[in-house]
Design a protein around this ligand. Structure first.
Ligand code: GCB
Length: 609
């Protein structure tokens, strides 16, 4: 009994400590605000023993009442007798955004703490509010400005911000980030993944200047299933009533005026006919302008509806086949996460070259810019959180973390027409605690956004030649989506795949989230030789033959667009830390299977015209 009380106490304590630094929810559309980029060269110190964080009794310096010693002080020696055992100015530099693993050979496999520091000048003005905004830091970050702790954030792929009003120096400031990418069982993701654990500040950093009562969030999208009903809501940062807000869409000659209510909010739904709806064939984006007394925010927004009806997925009321491919946030040509618009455009263009109208941005939130590009280029998106494989289903802090990451993803991308699916996880093993955890996540997604589909990549099991999908989570989500690796991890050679048939419990659209097999680009042999392009080509042909027998098949995102780096992949000849299931090789060359999928997608395009 006392053990139980103790455990509950520890859980409460860990929940409490994760919220002890109040974090305000990230501002919508940061790029359109007044921002100073803090990207560029940051000095860094590798700290495997966390020497800059803990004293020799292993007490954190930033919680000690007496004196300091932590690296966040960013001290320099004042006189020759002073002992300071670190120095940011004399330490090496790395590019931000950028992970450390790909920027220093020594750090390729490093998982642990690295301190990063950037100096910048500021001229704070009275009456303005200031925030430091991080688009992503992997995984746990402690943020300090001028030696003062701003807060802690967990999660490697979602944005966060801390207020620094009143904390900025006029003139020089020192921003220090302790980033730690150590994998831990109770985190999201957990210890076991099949991708490179790129550590560091992997996306943009900004200093944002915002007015009093700034617009923290807004949503402008069609109401569920209604092609002529625009849903507009907005929230100021505080409960400021009577703020005048004007919404305009110049091309439509649409202008609406509002006043915020006592909670600082606006919520409206209005009819608007003759909208030119967004679709992959017509990725129409409207310039949208949201103005208050002190702000003028520009955005580009598309309008479309997405629903399921029986076995069909209806995009703007019309049945669609999702011609997709899975994508990791990694550049095969240049190690690291996608860094620039050019990188992102290259990936999405490859998908378009295969005649895709859909991408699965696996297995975690990708860059906001990637999703905006999908809007612009006309690609539907499956967006996902890293609830991957075997999570600590019974730890409430783990659940709170997963829920936060899902919430942050939905808040960030809810205005993107391209996003049609919120995925709550990938290949999670059946159990009651897992079902509770995942069902609650599904409910969270629906409560935050009732206009999109909620899904998860499920697992199947086999009975003889029957592949069975009966995961009870299937009840709670909109699509039947699953990963299956017939012809690779199980089920014989590619030639044997066609003997399988499916037994699917749910009458919902089937959108296969993964199938595939590895091929080393340029390695040619017969179709029974593992790792050859011919094996992969034959596997794709026969997978397609097998899957098209599913009557409710409405799409797929085979695994995966390009080869990607993964420390789990150790074959010295064929893998060398690469997962070779890409349809495009590490050098950017299309493998034979690329063309098999493209042919199939051409047929599907004609069929669903
Ligand atoms: C899967 C996972 C994916 C892996 C893939 C593989 O089922 O969802 O993350 O990379 O299989 O290659 O084994």
């Amino acid at each position: 009994m006392s053990k139980l009380i103790c455990r509950v106490f520890i859980i409460c304590l860990s929940l409490f400590s994760s919220v002890s630094y109040a974090q305000v929810s990230s501002v919508q559309n940061i790029q359109a605000r007044k921002i100073l980029s803090l990207n560029g060269k940051w000095n860094y110190i590798v700290d495997p023993y966390e020497n800059g964080y803990y004293d020799y009794r292993h007490d954190p310096f930033d919680q000690s009442k007496t004196g300091t010693g932590g690296f966040f002080d960013d001290k320099v020696q004042k006189d020759k007798s002073e002992l300071i055992e670190y120095n940011f100015d004399l330490s090496p530099q790395m590019n931000v955004p950028g992970d450390w693993n790909s920027q220093s050979e020594k750090l390729e496999l490093y998982e642990g703490t690295v301190w990063l520091r950037r100096k910048f000048n500021a001229t704070p003005e009275a009456g303005k509010r200031y925030f430091v905004y991080f688009a992503a830091v992997n995984y746990e970050s402690h943020i300090y400005l001028n030696g003062k702790k701003l807060g802690v954030h967990k999660g490697g792929f979602t944005p966060f911000q801390f207020e620094v009003t009143g904390k900025l120096n006029k003139g020089e400031n020192s921003l220090v980030v302790k980033a730690d990418n150590t994998r831990k069982q109770d985190e999201i993701p957990t210890v076991n993944t099949d991708w490179w654990n790129y550590g560091g500040i992997t996306r943009d950093v900004f200093l944002a200047e915002l007015p009093e009562h700034y617009i923290n969030d807004y949503k402008i999208q069609l109401s569920k299933g209604r092609k002529n009903a625009i849903n507009f809501s907005l929230k100021l940062a505080d409960a400021f009533a009577g703020q005048e807000i004007t919404l305009t869409i110049p091309e439509l000659k649409l202008e609406k005026k509002y006043k915020t209510d006592s909670e600082g909010k606006i919520s409206d739904e209005f009819t608007w006919n003759n909208l030119n709806l967004w679709s992959p064939e017509n990725p129409k984006l409207y310039a949208v302008n949201i103005k208050s007394a002190t702000e003028n925010i520009q955005d580009q927004v598309g309008f479309r509806t997405i629903e399921v009806k029986g076995n069909d997925i209806l995009l703007n009321g019309k049945s669609v086949f999702l011609r997709g491919i899975s994508i990791h946030d990694e550049n095969p040509l240049l190690a690291g996460r996608l860094r620039s618009e050019g990188d992102m455009r290259m990936m999405l263009q490859w998908a378009k070259d295969m005649n895709c109208n859909y991408v699965r941005l696996a297995h975690y939130p990708h860059n906001e810019e990637m999703v905006r590009l999908a809007d612009e280029m006309g690609l539907l998106v499956w967006a996902e959180v890293p609830v991957y494989w075997t999570i600590s289903w019974e730890n409430p802090a783990t659940y709170a973390n997963a829920k936060q990451q899902l919430t942050d993803l939905i808040l960030r991308d809810k205005n993107r027409a391209s996003v049609i699916v919120w995925s709550i996880g990938n290949e999670t093993p059946l159990s009651t605690p897992r079902l509770n955890f995942m069902s609650n996540l599904a409910e969270t997604a629906r409560s935050l956004d009732d206009t999109r589909l909620v899904a998860a990549a499920l697992e199947v099991h086999r009975d003889g030649n029957t592949i069975i999908l009966n995961d009870p989570l299937g009840e709670k989500i909109d699509l039947v989506s699953f990963n299956e690796y017939a012809g690779w991890y199980w089920g014989g050679t590619p030639a044997e795949i066609t003997k399988y048939s499916f037994n699917i419990k749910y009458n919902k659209p089937v959108v296969i989230t993964e199938f595939g097999g590895d091929a080393l680009g340029g390695f040619h042999a017969d179709e029974n030789t593992r790792w050859s392009e011919e094996y992969q080509e034959s596997l794709y042909k026969n997978q397609i033959a097998m899957l098209t027998k599913i009557e409710a098949l409405r799409g797929m995102t085979p695994w995966i667009l390009t080869d990607f780096r993964s420390p789990r992949r150790q074959h010295p000849v064929y893998q060398n830390f690469w997962n070779r299931k890409g349809l495009i090789s590490e050098t950017g060359k299309k493998k034979k299977a690329f063309f098999v999928l493209k042919d199939f997608y051409n047929q599907m395009q004609t069929k669903y015209k």
